[in-house]
Design a protein around this ligand. Structure first.
Ligand code: NAG
Ligand code: NAG
Ligand code: NAG
Ligand code: NAG
Ligand code: NAG
Length: 339
């Protein structure tokens, strides 16, 4: 590990202490006089950074996702026992410019990497893994951030591969391989008052293998406030043995039934699913369950080809299920459109 331009004395020392878990890593700390503040407990090697005005550059040893720095908190590791806490392997708070490259994150107890209120963030060549049955071990969670770019990474966990929460704009995700886990999620949205909108999301050139969902957009019913998720494109995604390859779920009630609750007040619009192909392990490959209160608008499905995994001679086709939405279909449609 080498440090350059280490102008900051005491905070830097704390900063370094939390980074001893990296076998190799180059941390380029910003220039003299810049403030580095630490948040988080440090237990199990949490890195929480806030208030760096210039650039934080976290660089692993190599340029591939396999030959990289190892950030291992296995001793606090994820287990399928429902015991999780707020410990994240890497948490970035209020960072205005960050590059994270070639880092390996293993067995976090909660989210592996979390971004909160970050602008201008680039992550690449990451390798993130936790057992398939470890709860809440999201690979990357992004919230209230803007100008975020993640690329060329391998993510396999027990929960979402990447989750895009409320208040995000201009988020691009490319060339990510997900699985096992729950796939790429937008949400859950609409649970708390005063949530920000999600807009300008692009997810492309990704592979999902053995995941529960491919692309999922989920919102809670009974939303305390109005919000929106708009201008989102999911393009060139390969599904291999995915249970729900395309799913919009605006009646997300994991703990109870939604039946008696007011419909979601998150408005979903201008959402493009383009060139989505591969295999579904369940018959219903496309589920678009929109809010009864605010139906989805401008949902496009273009060149979708999802076969049933178990269908030997492709005799049995996949199906679609739609509620409170009129989809605009372009090009190939397997499963056949909802009428
Ligand atoms: C980050 O950018 C925002 C908006 O430009 C600014 O208000 C804030 O002071 C910046 N934060 C730091 C730590 O420089
Ligand atoms: C990684 O790539 C960058 C630019 O692409 C290069 O400057 C750097 O030397 C490379 N590092 C290694 C370890 O190959
Ligand atoms: C996805 O899989 C294809 C082969 O099916 C491969 O060519 C491509 O590189 C993979 N992409 C990623 C991001 O892993
Ligand atoms: C939609 O999002 C993309 C990607 O962030 C952006 O380039 C484009 O300008 C946005 N379109 C509109 C109409 O806001
Ligand atoms: C499909 O994925 C499931 C995990 O969701 C796995 O158990 C199963 O072996 C996979 N089947 C194939 C044919 O890859």
């Amino acid at each position: 590990m080498s440090i350059t331009d280490s102008g900051i004395k005491q905070p830097l020392l704390l900063f370094l202490l939390t980074l001893f878990c990296f076998d190799e890593g180059v941390i380029v700390v910003p220039g003299r006089g810049e403030k580095v503040a630490l948040a988080g407990s440090g237990r199990g090697g949490v890195l929480g950074v806030g208030g760096i005005r210039k650039l934080l550059h976290l660089q692993g040893k190599g340029n591939s996702s396999s030959s990289s720095a190892v950030f291992n908190v296995k001793s606090f590791g994820a287990q399928a026992n429902g015991h999780t806490d707020d410990t994240k392997n890497l948490k970035f708070v209020a960072m205005n410019k960050t590059v994270v490259r070639g880092i390996r994150s293993l067995n976090s107890k909660f989210f592996h990497i979390a971004l909160v209120e970050c602008n201008n963030f680039k992550g690449s060549l990451l390798k993130i893994s936790a057992p398939a049955n470890s709860p809440n071990t999201d690979g990357i969670h992004i919230e209230r951030s803007s100008g975020v770019y993640f690329s060329r990474s391998l993510i396999g966990t027990g929960d979402d591969c990447i989750s895009i929460g409320q208040g995000n704009s201009q988020v691009t995700v490319t060339s990510i391989s997900c699985g096992p886990g729950h796939g790429i999620s937008v949400g859950s949205l609409g649970k708390y008052p005063n949530e920000g909108d999600v807009k300008g999301l692009v997810v492309r050139d990704c592979n999902m293998t053995g995941t529960m969902n491919g692309i999922r957009i989920k919102t809670w019913p009974n939303s305390p406030g109005l919000s929106a998720a708009t201008n989102m494109t999911f393009e060139n995604i390969v599904m291999n043995n995915v249970t729900n390859p395309i799913i919009i779920d605006q009646a997300y009630c994991p703990f109870t039934t939604c039946a008696s609750l007011a419909p979601s007040r998150v408005k979903l619009s201008d959402i493009y699913f383009r060139k989505i192909r591969g295999t579904s392990s369940s018959a219903v490959a496309v589920t678009l369950e929109c809010s009864k209160g605010i139906p989805c608008q401008n949902i496009y499905l273009e060149d979708v080809h999802l076969d049933l995994l178990s269908s030997q001679e492709k005799k049995q086709v996949t199906t679609s299920s739609c509620r409170n939405v009129r989809v605009k279909y372009i090009g190939t449609q397997i499963p056949p459109p909802c009428d």
